[in-house]
Write a protein that binds this ligand. Structure first.
Ligand code: M6R
Length: 594
């Protein structure tokens, strides 16, 4: 949902634009409707346009701009269509103030009307444009840049991370945030701002996390932070241990396929969190209920958590979509543990729910991005160890979330057998990855389809949902995930000749019934793509296509392994259709608006 960066270099003679361009390129996963940079060298210079970074760069040569400080933006449109005028940076009338913004200014219409009544003229359809105009207004009234920003945010409703520069007060960048992410990097050569750490990993790994209402001032001598009452404060400095290479494609065609291939390691690293998780469990007493709250892929990981916790630990467990959380808030009490699952730790719907849950219950975040808002606001945190995930479609972070949830459930229920099983998962995933070519050729036979169904029972039901989500979000093919037993209650009407139906059918209790469901769709003409055990000979007879997985992968552990070929299937179908799996249309990696 938009990405912003800012940088001021210590060396006056060095141009910042190549660095800004490099940093903002790393945030393309947050928005790819348009890109823009503003730098300062006596005047504010702006280059921006509609389109993906490469397209715009070919036209405008973005790194070729003068000045040693500036700001940049990639946009995921909320107010106003993707266009050059609506691209950021947004400016005031005299082009003396340039602003980049991530979030939504909910009362922008009213603010805009008031400013127009005062004589301001607007050029864009964005909500953001009110910000440079308000800063201009307050600077005209005699406030310096920092205090003009402070006065401005007093008027703003909504979510924002804002960075601004002004030719009236050059050689500094001011920034602030509320409910949208923003980090500050302290590098050897300069100081940085960014929506997310992959942007600046190459330049700075010492990080400050500004809180709501704090104003950050960057100049070439350092970074000063003022709290919401305007007092200077000392912020803790964290060190990120992600390396710049982790945010590169490293020879792969796309981040998504790189990240799919990194899944065995991601699981291995996340399993090292066992002791931390045990410590958290030791502190949780009188636990009578668990609620998972999450969105999208993280919601599917949570569903698996429900099955595990209810069946292994006997704890009543609910799974609530973060955007629907308000209806359940009143049912929480001090004996409920509310678990927030999130890759980014910045999803607006989840953060809103977390603030509510914190008032009554113990909260635990299972989060991939260190230092993100959920990690700072939840009472307990489990850090998944997937490393940076750049592809918009969640892959390695999903199996890492699952690994953390499995550890939590196994430790809570004292299930040594499951803990032993978990240690074998990285090898099982590697076995699947050795068979990539089989999936590739399967995808060639099914990329024509307009609709897909995905069926699974029990532990495999969330896998079916996640497989379908992967397909629809990147290939734009309609994919519908269903509990296999539910099909006959309606959706079976949609099954006809030639429709591909993916059946997730690991060995175990639900195998027999899932096989009946497989027969039901087959007899109505579906092409069955079965994902099952290597010694399941029945599948060879009954399915159109069979992908075989190590027979030791039990039903309970299957979600961690069976999702991998489904991710690969979506990836290869998407590539064959000529779409970019890393940047699906209309989507962004981190959803910071409600
Ligand atoms: O960062 P989060 O895990 O909170 O994000 C939640 C969803 O937006 C996310 O899982 C989304 O569904 C995935 N990108 C889909 O692959």
């Amino acid at each position: 949902m938009c990405g912003i960066v800012g940088c001021i270099l210590k060396n006056n003679d060095k141009n910042v634009a190549p660095i800004l361009f490099d940093c903002i390129s790393k945030l393309e996963y947050r928005g790819y409707d348009s890109i823009g940079l503003a730098t300062y060298d006596g005047d504010i210079h702006i280059k921006k346009d509609k389109g993906k970074i490469d397209e715009v760069n070919q036209k405008l040569d973005l790194p070729d701009m003068p000045g040693n400080f500036g700001i940049a933006h990639v946009r995921w449109a909320t107010h106003g269509d993707p266009s050059k005028l609506n691209a950021h940076p947004q400016i005031d009338e005299k082009m003396q103030i340039a602003v980049v913004h991530n979030g939504i200014i909910e009362n922008n219409s009213k603010l805009k009307a008031d400013l127009i009544a005062e004589g301001h003229t607007f050029k864009s359809d964005t909500d953001t444009e009110v910000i440079p105009h308000l800063i201009e207004k307050y600077m005209n009234e005699g406030f310096d840049l920092e205090h003009a920003l402070r006065k401005t945010i007093e008027l703003l409703d909504g979510a924002y991370a804002i960075a601004a520069i002004s030719s009236k007060e050059p050689d500094k960048i001011v920034a602030t945030r509320k409910d949208s992410p923003l980090i500050v990097g302290l590098g050897d050569d300069g100081y940085y701002l960014a929506s997310d750490s992959p942007a600046i990993l190459k330049y700075a790994n010492n990080i400050i996390y500004p809180e709501k209402g704090e104003i950050v001032i960057l100049d070439k001598n350092g970074v000063v932070v003022h709290d919401e009452f305007d007092n200077p404060i000392n912020k803790e400095i964290d060190t990120i241990d992600w390396t710049p290479e982790m945010a590169e494609k490293e020879g792969y065609d796309h981040f998504m396929i790189k990240e799919i291939n990194e899944q065995a390691d991601a699981v291995k690293r996340t399993l090292t969190q066992k002791d931390n998780i045990q410590k958290i469990i030791d502190e949780l007493d009188d636990l009578s209920r668990i609620c998972f709250v999450a969105c999208g892929t993280s919601y599917h990981a949570s569903l698996t958590g429900k099955y595990l916790l209810e069946s292994l630990a006997g704890i009543p467990t609910d799974v609530i979509l973060a955007s629907e959380f308000k209806f359940s808030a009143k049912t929480l009490d001090e004996n409920t543990l509310v678990i927030f699952i999130s890759q980014s730790g910045e999803t607006a719907d989840s953060l809103k729910a977390l603030d509510v849950a914190n008032k009554t219950s113990k909260t635990l975040g299972i989060v991939n991005v260190a230092g993100s808002s959920i990690t700072r606001r939840a009472h307990y945190v489990i850090q998944t160890q997937a490393g940076p995930e750049i592809g918009v479609a969640a892959t390695k972070t999903y199996v890492s979330q699952l690994s953390a949830i499995y550890l939590f459930a196994a430790l809570l229920s004292d299930n040594q057998e499951l803990l032993d099983e978990l240690n074998k998962v990285p090898d099982y995933i590697d076995d699947v990855l050795k068979e990539i070519d089989l999936i590739k050729s399967m995808s060639e036979r099914y990329n024509y389809a307009k609709d897909f169904f995905y069926l699974g029972r029990g532990y495999s039901y969330p896998t079916a949902l996640e497989g379908a989500l992967k397909l629809k979000e990147i290939s734009y093919i309609h994919g519908e995930g269903y509990a296999a037993g539910e099909l006959k209650h309606g959706p079976l009407a949609l099954i006809d000749e030639g429709i591909p139906v993916v059946v997730v059918i690991p060995p175990g209790d639900s195998h027999k019934k899932t096989m009946s469901n497989l027969e039901e769709v087959k007899s109505r003409g579906a092409r069955v793509l079965a994902f099952g055990s290597e010694d399941d000979d029945e599948l060879d007879e009954k399915a159109t296509e069979v992908f075989k997985i190590n027979s030791e992968v039990s039903e309970i552990i299957a979600p961690l392994v069976y999702i991998v070929p489904l991710q690969l299937l979506s990836y290869y179908i998407t590539v064959e259709k000529g779409f970019d799996p890393d940047k699906p249309r209309n989507l962004a990696k981190c959803v910071t608006v409600e």
